[in-house]
Write a new protein. Structure first.
Length: 589
């Protein structure tokens, strides 16, 4: 125990006390501050713990709160140091379990394992650790920050803690590396030095904080340019000396477990980082360019993505149709649209709505973007022959109720999905088509007979993403005459139009966040019969419109009328080519 510095406990406080009372007695908190925090906890009514409120409001440090919790639960509190644990003992627990639960084995003495935990309130953790190790277990309490820091020092750790961030563009730290090193040994050494690590951490940190979906790190003519994709648009975030490209790329490759010696071929990998106490997944892709390797990192942050159907911007009539389709006992539900239109998010939200102990929900994805509770998720492995179609056929022997296939790419997958739907399963998937009606003709072109499509398909949802008007700087304005005419031709009349004036919150763009535009094709009996008799795109579209299908641009104009987005956004992503041509030319009706 020489490397564990136990917190000293005041003899007068030896008896267990409630957290707030103990913090006041220790002088970490005043009675007035405690009462204010308790009042805030009561007013929120969301079950937030007192310790969380004290830390979030800055009244107490994490260490002070955890020290108090340890005393409240009658457990020792420890300040962990670099050599607080025996590295040989760590392997008694699976590495994934350690990283997921923030439980760190420290040492083993006479069949008794001492572990550090961050949440002493987790009553089941002790029994889990005993079951996994077959050892007697005693617990000490440490801060989550200390435990994460030591986990990152473990050999082959796949979790990186981003807490040492460059402050305000500290370029002096970056310029410590004077010369580009070409040989692999030097490159690995440079990538492990503090300035490069801090630079990569800063790049990831700022992207997550700004809500970026992608990070582009690309060698330009005179610098290494970093851009963030925010709300579907790329913005310049940072420029650093070009000679750092190889070191930055090598650092990212090390984090992703890629081969730093291979610079001629593209590579793909995955990185798990901890930021603000939560795990964030990063998908990393490198590609050789003329001036060096370009790296693109996809940020998968569950906190920035809502997986609740009610919060995805569906109009009430479209949401009702979608809910009815996903609650059906069998059939196919397809979500269509181009890459980056939110298809996966919609499917995840639909699965989330169905998740329960009564349903066996299975997925086949490439790759798995978000891990959902109560859902059995699997990933395609093309290199070993585990394709979408093969995985789907195997899943049918797993007694599924609902199956989600990441994408229908070929006839074999489409045919297997239709057979699954016709044999009593609900199947959900995505397809790349321009609108809902062309989904039917795309399946026909894949080789699927119209009568099978008619029998299995329940609903097609086509969607696009448009930028929301910034709520902080939204204001009414008078649009140009040609835009007014475009709205009138669509059959809408607005009393007021809105746009964002531009502010710090929206980076002076007038937009903040995105919302979906949706077009839904519901197959009823008449439309099913029509598909069998006349499977042409024009005929299906006319029939669907006659039966009340809401198109993308109509849903978009509804959101313009509600002040959610602008006419320009709707015309950009959902307007017809003719409508856009009219607007650009200024032609009238």
């Amino acid at each position: 125990m020489s490397h564990l510095q136990h917190a000293s406990v005041d003899p007068q406080l030896a008896a267990p006390a409630r957290l707030g009372t103990w913090l006041v007695r220790k002088g970490y908190l005043t009675q007035e501050q405690l009462e204010a925090a308790l009042a805030l906890q009561k007013s929120e009514g969301q079950g937030r713990l007192l310790g969380e409120i004290l830390i979030d409001t800055g009244l107490c440090t994490e260490e002070q709160v955890v020290e108090g919790l340890a005393l409240e639960y009658g457990l020792p509190f420890a300040r962990l140091e670099a050599r607080s644990f025996d590295p040989k003992v760590v392997d008694v627990l699976p590495r994934e379990y350690i990283e997921r639960n923030l439980v760190l084995p420290l040492f083993l003495v006479r069949k008794t394992l001492t572990v550090a935990v961050a949440e002493p309130s987790n009553l089941f953790l002790l029994e889990e650790v005993r079951s996994l190790t077959n050892l007697e277990v005693q617990i000490v309490v440490a801060t989550a920050r200390d435990i994460r820091r030591l986990i990152t020092s473990l050999p082959n750790s796949k979790v990186f803690v981003i807490d040492d961030i460059i402050d305000g563009g500290d370029t002096a730290q970056v310029t410590l590396i004077e010369d580009a090193a070409e040989d692999i040994g030097d490159m690995e050494e440079i990538a492990g030095q503090s300035p490069v690590i801090r630079l990569v951490n800063y790049i990831i940190y700022t992207a997550v904080k700004e809500g970026a979906s992608d990070i582009h790190i690309e060698p330009a003519e005179r610098c290494l340019r970093v851009r963030h994709r925010i709300d579907g648009r790329l913005y310049k975030a940072l420029e650093v000396p070009l000679h750092l490209n190889a070191a930055v790329t090598s650092r990212i490759k090390i984090m992703a477990g890629l081969d730093i010696s291979e610079r001629r071929l593209p590579q793909d990998g995955r990185i798990h980082v901890m930021l603000d106490g939560r795990k964030i997944d990063l998908r990393c892709s490198t590609f050789p360019m003329h001036r060096g390797e370009k790296t693109v990192i996809r940020v998968l942050d569950t906190r920035s993505v809502s997986l609740n159907l009610q919060e995805l911007g569906f109009a009430e009539d479209i949401l009702a149709a979608l809910r009815a389709a996903i609650e059906a006992p069998n059939g196919i539900v397809l979500v269509t649209g181009p890459t980056g239109s939110g298809k996966s998010t919609t499917l995840y939200a639909a699965l989330n709505a169905l998740a329960s102990m009564e349903n066996n929900i299975c997925t086949v994805e490439d790759p798995i973007e978000y891990h959902l509770p109560l859902i059995n998720q699997s990933q395609v492995q093309e290199r070993i022959g585990l394709t979408f179609s093969k995985s789907l056929r195997t899943l049918l022997r797993q007694d599924p109720d609902v199956i989600m296939v990441g994408e229908i790419r070929d006839e074999e997958t489409a045919r297997t999905a239709i057979q699954a739907a016709l044999t009593g399963h609900l199947v959900m998937s995505t397809l790349h088509t321009n609108d809902a009606c062309s989904t039917v003709t795309r399946l026909i072109h894949m080789g699927i007979e119209p009568y099978l499509i008619s029998a299995a398909l329940n609903l097609v949802l086509s969607q696009r993403l448009v930028r929301r008007i910034c709520s902080k700087c939204r204001q009414p304005y008078d649009p140009p005459r040609n835009l007014r005419r475009a709205v009138e031709r669509a059959g809408f009349e607005f009393s007021e139009f809105y746009r964002g004036a531009g502010c710090r919150k929206c980076r002076n763009t007038g937009y903040s966040g995105r919302i979906g535009l949706h077009e839904v094709l519901v197959l009823d009996d008449e439309l099913r019969d029509y598909i069998v008799s006349d499977p042409s795109l024009g005929g299906i579209r006319r029939m669907a419109l006659a039966r009340g299908m809401v198109t993308l641009h109509v849903d978009g104009f509804r959101k313009v009328r509600e002040g959610i987005t602008t006419i320009e956004e709707v015309l950009q992503v959902a307007g017809t080519l003719q409508a856009r041509d009219d607007v650009l030319s200024g032609a009238g009706p």
